[in-house]
Design a protein around this ligand. Structure first.
Ligand code: NAG
Ligand code: NAG
Ligand code: NAG
Length: 443
């Protein structure tokens, strides 16, 4: 071997070491495929290895790329799922240093989009993903069968709660649980509420261990109460309650926002009515609490759903909660949602026509009616549904914290890391030299 080659080799080794450590701690990676209803996002996280299990890993999202279509669309051509997943795995292979591939876990977690396709189909899909992930020709990363799963709405809520409180620096800070923030999330299909109640929790309790502390959370996900579903449920409501003439009126859409929909084999015109009072009446039907004698355990939020008292907890509202409050200027200078102001602004907003709202603006009409519906829905959901007072100052509209989005995927990665123990230095050294690497825990 001549000197030149030797020199190159040692330079390469030094470079790898330099790239793979942070403050003398080796860097760790994790790969998560977030399979949502509009596509799958591959997310790569990185963190300096923890020194003890009392410490929360300081994870960072270093890559996020979205692939369309959504994973559910492969249900009738499963043979194509391999290429779809492999193109995402390849992205992660480029980012994670090669010597760490067999030290890096990969997960796929699916959300609401897969919860609503039939269980048989969704299990077939998940099995196909497992086949690809467990094939070492296709996937160099570490995979276990339980690393591919369909999340329940509550798990999504709990993971979002972990992400929000992690980004605030809450875990490992020694602060009492009363200083954690609750999280309100809304997607297209469902909406979630997650918080640490002050008193006992009689149902829907989740316990989470993070950085050596145990937290008892209440979480509930309301399927069909997400942004898109509320709109289509209002359509269904007017189609089934109004007598069918040439058209029916959706009072929660702006006048001029008309659409044909299929209803019992016929094409029916749904006309926007821009009638806030009627819209509120329908929303109140959807969000009514069960009568006292039907509500066990008490108290009830929406329908017969148990929810402990909110106490004085601070909440962060994310995802679809953030658009309408901003558009209607119902967020104060501290970022707090002003419910009363929002409802009043929405009533005025809904009275305008689609043309008036879009006149002079560059954005298309697609969000115009949603500010009317959401402008009314959000205040009713939060007060009549969840039980916040109209005058609450405890809800903050939050998008990003320290530059990172509050989303369940980050919380899921932190949670997964807690379920495996800390790697000791001895183990690490051994695995460096002796394959297989999978025998050691990775964090
Ligand atoms: C793994 O994938 C390769 C490439 O698609 C394929 O040829 C091989 O049969 C697969 N192995 C198993 C065990 O399925
Ligand atoms: C809708 O159309 C299908 C086929 O054209 C027919 O079998 C079915 O009875 C119709 N349903 C209603 C509610 O009219
Ligand atoms: C749109 O704005 C222009 C200029 O402000 C105004 O003349 C016109 O009447 C508006 N059209 C509608 C439909 O409101």
């Amino acid at each position: 071997m001549d000197m030149h080659v030797l020199l190159c080799l040692s330079t390469a080794v030094i470079m790898v070491v330099a790239e793979n450590t942070y403050q003398n701690r080796p860097l760790r990676y994790g790969v998560l495929l977030d399979a949502g209803s509009s596509g799958t996002k591959i997310k790569v996280y990185r963190w300096p290895q923890r020194r003890s299990s009392k410490e929360i890993a300081d994870i960072n999202l270093i890559e996020s790329m979205k692939y369309r279509p959504n994973i559910g669309s492969f249900v009738h051509h499963l043979q194509d799922i391999s290429n779809y997943l492999v193109s995402m795995i390849n992205i992660a292979e480029e980012i994670v240093p090669t010597n760490l591939h067999r030290n890096t876990p990969i997960y796929l977690m699916a959300t609401a989009g897969l919860r609503i396709i039939s269980e048989d189909f969704s299990e077939i899909l998940m099995d196909s993903v497992r086949d690809v992930f467990s094939n070492s020709t296709l996937n160099p990363f570490v995979f276990h069968d339980d690393g591919v799963q369909i999340l329940s709405g509550e798990e999504e809520g709990v993971f979002a709660w972990i992400a929000a409180n992690f980004l605030r620096g809450f875990f490992g800070s020694g602060k009492p649980p009363t200083q954690a923030v609750g999280v309100l999330e809304m997607g297209g299909g469902s909406t979630q509420i997650t918080f640490i109640p002050d008193g006992p929790v009689y149902a829907n309790m989740f316990h989470v261990r993070l950085a050596g502390d145990l937290f008892y959370l209440y979480a509930h996900s309301y399927l069909y109460f997400g942004q898109n579903y509320i709109d289509s449920r209002i359509n269904t409501y007017v189609l089934t309650t109004e007598s069918l003439s040439s058209h029916v009126t959706n009072p929660c859409r702006l006048r001029g926002d008309d659409e044909y929909v299929k209803h019992e084999n016929k094409s029916v015109l749904i006309k926007g009515g821009g009638d806030a009072q009627k819209c509120l009446e329908i929303l109140n039907v959807f969000l009514k609490s069960a009568e006292d004698h039907k509500c066990y355990p008490k108290p009830c939020a929406i329908g017969q759903t148990y929810q402990p008292d909110l106490g004085s907890d601070v909440f962060f509202a994310t995802q679809a909660f953030k658009y309408a409050p901003r558009a209607l200027q119902a967020v104060d200078s501290l970022g707090r949602l002003q419910l009363e102001k929002m409802k009043e602004a929405a009533i005025q907003y809904c009275a305008q026509t689609l043309d008036e709202v879009t006149n002079g603006t560059t954005h298309g009409p697609q969000y115009a009616s949603s500010n009317c519906i959401m402008g009314l829905y959000i205040p009713v959901l939060l007060t009549n549904g969840y039980g916040f007072p109209m005058s609450t100052k405890n809800i903050y509209i939050v998008d990003k914290i320290r530059g990172q989005a509050v989303d369940w995927a980050m919380g899921a990665m932190l949670y997964k890391m807690e379920t495996v123990s800390i790697q000791t230095t001895t183990c690490q050294r051994k695995t460096r030299l002796v394959a297989p690497l999978q025998l050691c825990n990775r964090f």
